[in-house]
Design a protein around this ligand. Structure first.
Ligand code: ADP
Ligand code: MG
Length: 435
């Protein structure tokens, strides 16, 4: 028996038998490709794959630690995706920036009160690039359609034969580093300045990265100077992005800043109906409005639910009725949280507030550290099963009363400060959708 099989049998002891038979049993360990750093398993289909990834990969990793004294990354791939994954990687290397998703179109974007301003702004820019609003800056929470809208404009331009560059700040940064290393900065500059339209996603990640802000500033000026359209997105207003050079901030505000709010119930319903149509899933009105009510705002989560409903009903040969929907939704919501650890939550809070995770757990008393620590404690309590003494230990506090005091403070803030409440909701969204 190989170590992979052994670990899966050990896992069997710890989990419900039905789960083992339904999912874990079908995993195959790759003895050849697994290394001391990576344990590679194959799953027969994406349902099994996602289930195990979400629910059990952390456990599997832990079992390797305990029984094999190895610290591995657990990788699960689809059996028949091994080859296509390789070609995908090659493709990726060829294009240093991502391609546009062809289904991100204006037609597929459902408009409602929450997003009509942003929609109208992007639509008009797509009709008159470089003239009306340059740059166009769209901001809003996770999964509210920023990337979709920006790419919808990109698709229009691309169909007109224009050179469109779509990239995230992270890819832009990697590209920059690579060219610096290879001493090919002229090529980098030429590439970004030659395009007709530049779309840059998730601008908030420029925060506190001076070198790349400098380069970005020059790219921006060069393009804007010759009337090339620039569209940017971020999770917050340029003013609220900490660690962003003043000159960039003012450039970003110079065109038009449009925000997207969480969708209203009707918009959510329209989005679900549209997704059902595209994916050929049939749901009754009851079910659609149930999903729309339960999922608060993150549209990406709606998509996850639909594909899960569809996959389950096919796999288990059952119709999608309200009761079935309820059970799948419950699973999904729990699952989103099951893998969250104190570390993950702390890292997310730290990233969002631009401080180091270690600072959150330190004894530092500066105002912003205390603020970040309180938020982290609140979210850890809300999103994990850890007890107050456990939290006190993790955050280096005296005892559980310190934790309960913090929770009380945060609850008060949530009740009295609408902005803060939204901030907590958004962070929760971010954390639960990143796991
Ligand atoms: P963001 O970039 O704001 O995090 P995305 O643009 O990636 O969000 O949207 C998440 C998913 O939700 C995408 O698949 C997108 O197509 C879908 N989506 C978001 N808003 C809408 C909408 N109004 N109509 C249709 N689909 C939407
Ligand atoms: Mg996005």
């Amino acid at each position: 028996m190989n170590i992979g099989q052994k670990i899966l049998l050990l896992l069997k002891e710890e989990i419900p038998e039905i789960e083992y038979n339904r999912y874990i049993k079908h995993l195959v360990y790759d003895t050849k490709k697994s290394t001391s750093d990576t344990a590679l398993f194959y799953a027969p289909n994406s349902l099994v794959l996602n289930w195990i990834k979400n629910k059990y990969s952390a456990k599997i990793k832990h079992l390797f630690e305990v029984h094999d004294s190895s610290n591995v990354t657990v990788k699960i791939l689809l059996k028949n995706q091994i080859e296509s994954k390789k070609t995908e990687q090659k493709k990726e290397q060829k294009h240093q920036h991502s391609l546009l998703n062809p289904s991100h179109t204006f037609e597929n974007f459902m408009v409602g009160g929450s997003n009509q301003f942003a929609y109208a702004a992007v639509k008009s820019v797509s009709e008159k690039p470089g003239i009306l609003y340059n740059p166009l800056f769209i901001h809003g929470g996770v999964g509210l359609g920023k990337t979709h809208l920006m790419q919808a404009a990109g698709n229009v331009f691309q169909n007109q034969g224009k050179i469109v560059i779509y990239t995230t700040v992270e890819q832009f940064l990697n590209d920059f580093i690579r060219h610096v290393r290879n001493k090919t900065m002229e090529r980098f500059q030429e590439k970004y300045r030659k395009c007709d339209v530049l779309l840059i996603d998730d601008i908030q990640f420029l925060s506190n990265k001076e070198g790349i802000q400098e380069e970005f500033f020059h790219t921006f000026e060069a393009l804007k100077g010759v009337g090339k359209q620039i569209i940017l997105t971020a999770d917050k207003h340029p003013k609220k992005i900490a660690g962003l050079e003043k000159r960039l901030q003012s450039r970003f505000e110079h065109g038009l800043v449009a925000d997207i709010q969480p969708p209203e119930l009707e918009t959510k319903i329209a989005i679900i109906e549209n997704k059902c149509k595209i994916n050929k899933v049939v749901l009754t009105k009851d079910i659609i409005s149930y999903i729309a009510t339960v999922i608060e705002s993150n549209v990406r989560e709606i998509e996850g639910i639909l594909s899960k409903l569809h996959a389950y009903s096919q796999l288990m040969h059952v119709d999608i009725d309200l009761q079935f929907t309820k059970s799948v939704l419950k699973d999904q919501l729990q699952e989103n949280r099951a893998n969250l650890t104190l570390d993950i939550i702390t890292q997310n809070v730290a990233k969002d507030l631009n401080i180091k995770p270690s600072e959150i757990r330190s004894k530092g008393r500066s105002k912003n550290l205390v603020y970040a620590r309180r938020i982290a404690i609140y979210l850890c309590r809300d999103l994990t099963q850890n007890t107050m003494p456990q939290l006190a230990q993790y955050f280096g506090m005296k005892d559980h009363t310190a934790i309960s005091h913090t929770l009380k403070k945060i609850n008060e803030l949530i009740q009295n400060d609408e902005d803060f409440k939204v901030k907590i909701q958004e962070l929760t969204n971010k954390i639960t959708s990143s796991s």
